[in-house]
Design a protein around this ligand. Structure first.
Ligand code: ATP
Ligand code: MG
Length: 339
């Protein structure tokens, strides 16, 4: 049966909230960390612009949208190749040349994955703990980064919830898309969905409002409302605390979500059916066991990394967290215990 924060003693809930707020502070990036990230971005930008005059170099990912956790040490940089009159250099060729360029400039542990869905070059910055990922023409990721930044600017509880959920997911080892669990981006969208579906809602569906930002990338409509300064009061009618929202998050994924037939859709602030999406059965290697629709690239199921075994692992972890929150008077320590 479903738990409810109504069943938790008020003082327990207050204590949980105070504990989460303290944890949140310890997870917020330090000013030194931000300064190193900034200097590193400048350095990589000038390296790339020297080799590709006219290229656009842009930060994306959690450092760009304010959803990063202290010590994450992962800088996501996208380079948009200049439109030249010659045949445009292919992404794969460009990735190889990025790898050469940064290696010659003394970057450490350069790895290039030109065969990935999005070609990427990974390296470390000497003298820092930072790992950098440079991707080529990754315009959709830049767009979804700005889209999440817009949600973050509407209500502070979004960033707070994402930070706690990401910390939990890293500690419990369920934030590893390459081994079959979910990406940070996916968890962020799960948090948007949760806040869109509170009553009253804490976040709107920016794509259902008039599109003040318009455009299309690789044929996908990225239009949405982005005048977030007009939405500062949007969530105010909802007074739920972080503790209540963390509770709601795990309760939903443990007991509320219909894994068999439902697709989470941030685009519509609701859910769709797997049948509507054509995701009711396995398609090739995509099993569609946990379905989260990408807000722009609508054919992309962000849960497609999940297989039978890891879907069991995820379900077990959601249940563990929800049960701890329901039954333990002081669940904080166990909730984030390293797996
Ligand atoms: P972290 O703090 O864990 O690094 P992150 O949001 O930066 O979180 P990354 O895995 O580093 O997550 O991905 C960087 C960015 O790439 C995301 O913010 C998102 O914009 C984009 N991205 C990642 N995975 C996908 C995906 N499967 N589909 C579309 N965009 C993605
Ligand atoms: Mg990142």
């Amino acid at each position: 049966g479903a738990a409810s924060t109504a069943s938790m003693a008020k003082h327990d809930l207050n204590r949980l909230n105070a504990g989460l707020m303290t944890l949140l502070q310890s997870l917020t990036p330090t000013t030194e960390e931000l300064a190193v990230q900034d200097a590193s971005l400048q350095k990589v930008t000038s390296l790339l612009k020297e080799a590709w005059p006219g290229a656009n170099v842009e930060l994306f990912g959690s450092v760009a949208n304010g959803l990063s956790v202290r010590g994450t040490n992962d800088l996501d940089i996208c380079m948009q190749l200049p439109e030249s009159s010659d045949a445009k250099e292919s992404k794969v060729e460009a990735a190889l040349r990025v790898a050469e360029t940064v290696w010659e400039a003394g970057m450490e542990d350069v790895k290039d994955l030109p065969g990935a869905r999005i070609p990427v070059v990974k390296f470390g910055l000497p003298g820092t703990a930072l790992r950098v990922d440079v991707t080529i023409d990754n315009d959709l990721a830049c767009a979804n980064t700005r889209y999440l930044a817009a949600y973050a600017a509407i209500d502070p509880r979004f960033r707070q919830l994402v930070t706690i959920v990401k910390h939990w997911a890293k500690r419990r080892k369920v934030n590893e898309p390459y081994t079959g669990t979910l990406s940070s981006y996916c968890y962020a969208l799960m948090c948007v969905h949760l806040l869109q579906t509170r009553s009253p809602p804490i976040l709107p569906a920016l794509q259902l409002l008039p599109h003040t930002h318009t455009g299309s990338i690789q044929g996908w409509d990225v239009g949405h409302y982005d005048k977030v300064e007009t939405l500062q009061d949007f969530g105010n009618a909802n007074t739920q605390t972080l503790a209540e929202l963390v509770w709601d998050f795990f309760e939903y994924w443990a007991w509320g979500h219909d894994y068999r037939s439902t697709v989470i859709s941030v685009r519509t602030a609701g859910t769709l059916t797997k049948t509507e999406k054509g995701w009711a059965q396995r398609v090739g290697r995509e099993r569609h066991l946990v379905c989260i629709e990408d807000p722009f690239e609508l054919s992309h199921d962000l849960g497609r990394t999940v297989d039978r075994q890891t879907s069991g692992v995820l379900r077990k972890e959601f249940l563990r967290a929800a049960t701890l929150l329901r039954d333990s008077p002081n669940p904080l320590h166990q909730l984030f215990e390293r797996f």
